[in-house]
Design a protein around this ligand. Sequence first.
Ligand SMILES: [Zn+2]
Length: 111
Amino acid sequence: MSEPAIDTQALDRYECRACGYVYEPDRGDDKHDIAPGIPFAELSSTWRCPVCGARKNAFANIGPVGQASGFKENLGYGLGVNQLTPGQKNILIFGALALAVLFFLSLYGLQ
Ligand SMILES: [Zn+2]
């Protein structure tokens, strides 16, 4: 008797795109009596997110534990200047212009 080969896909984690819950095959799902070691793909099609109740197709594969996830990196990227409102961007731009004008005025003032 030999153990069946472990599919690398089997240990991938899946993140609920609705609420951010992450299904980890290593942990299973206590709320639905899913034992640790069950791959996401083998969960029943009636399985729902234990936090928000989203269906399986609302989940995105974010790869195995400890591996950088492009999905997460993209989320982090969006937290920069791109999330500023147009009004906040204007304040930044005019604030920088005002500082530049003050800087040049102070240069003239020294001469
Ligand atoms: Zn959820």
